[in-house]
Design a binder for this molecule. Structure first.
Ligand SMILES: [Zn+2]
Length: 251
């Protein structure tokens, strides 16, 4: 029960296409199927600086045809709130802290925009890891079943959603569990690419397709589920301490 999964964040018509294409070549070369975190209506000024590709939605549909997974990544990716939400990893975000009805509408509008492109997903990725109980409720009412986030080693169910934990931003050995590594292709450096490819090449057998992670809880026996529950329980405070030491965050 030790596998790595990849997630690509900030996927939108305006992005660093050179980096994105390079990343896709690596995943295709090793036949790895990551999760694409697609922004439904990107209005993020930082991302809008990148060139627009009018074929974006076709490209995404093509990748899904090749068994890539897709998640809805927020709505417009504008960091308006100063609220880290229940995880409190970032100090700002798009959703946490807003009224339930507003969040429900934002998530629903994003979902409708993806549906118009004939893309649908039951997985959500919150910008800045920033979500609260209202976000979770709004996700459920919009038909979402999974959130790709949380501090744990194995997927777990909480507040009516299945959480697919995400604790790494770069591949790293020496951890056990079902680990999601979130990559930000827009800002990846030459060194990041080299390290990533080396990691995939060396650890290919330990890398799963993202759909495998989403299905994991349903396919796992009682004993393994119990073991994962205990492992998660122990891991959370340990990770918090390490994270606080590294980033000096409080709360
Ligand atoms: Zn993002």
């Amino acid at each position: 029960m030790n596998k790595f999964f990849f997630r690509l964040d900030d996927i939108a018509p305006n992005m660093n296409w050179e980096n994105f294409n390079r990343l896709i070549l690596i995943f295709d070369k090793y036949n790895v199927k990551p999760l694409l975190g697609v922004i439904p209506d990107n209005q993020d000024e930082e991302l809008l600086k990148y060139p627009n590709n009018p074929d974006f939605w076709q490209i995404i549909a093509g990748l899904i045809n090749k068994d890539y997974s897709m998640a809805q990544h927020g709505y417009q990716h504008i960091y308006k709130t100063q609220d880290g939400g229940v995880l409190n990893i970032s100090k700002r975000g798009e959703l946490a802290g807003l009224d339930f009805e507003i969040q429900k509408r934002m998530i629903g509008e994003g979902k409708n925009m993806l549906t118009e492109k004939k893309l649908k997903s039951e997985i959500f990725v919150a910008p800045g890891h920033s979500f609260d109980r209202n976000t979770i409720q709004a996700l459920k009412e919009n038909g979402f079943k999974y959130i790709s986030d949380g501090i744990a080693l194995y997927p777990f169910k909480k507040w009516g959603l299945v959480w697919l934990p995400q604790i790494l931003w770069r591949p790293r050995k020496g951890l056990f569990g079902m680990i999601t590594v979130a990559l930000h292709s827009n800002t990846m450096t030459e060194e990041d690419f080299a390290k990533l490819e080396k990691f995939i090449e060396k650890n290919r057998k330990k890398i799963g397709g993202f759909s495998e992670l989403a299905d994991w809880r349903g396919n796992t026996g009682i004993l393994a589920n119990f073991f994962s529950f205990i492992a998660n329980l122990i891991f959370k405070p340990v990770w918090r301490i390490i994270f606080k030491l590294k980033h000096g965050l409080s709360g």
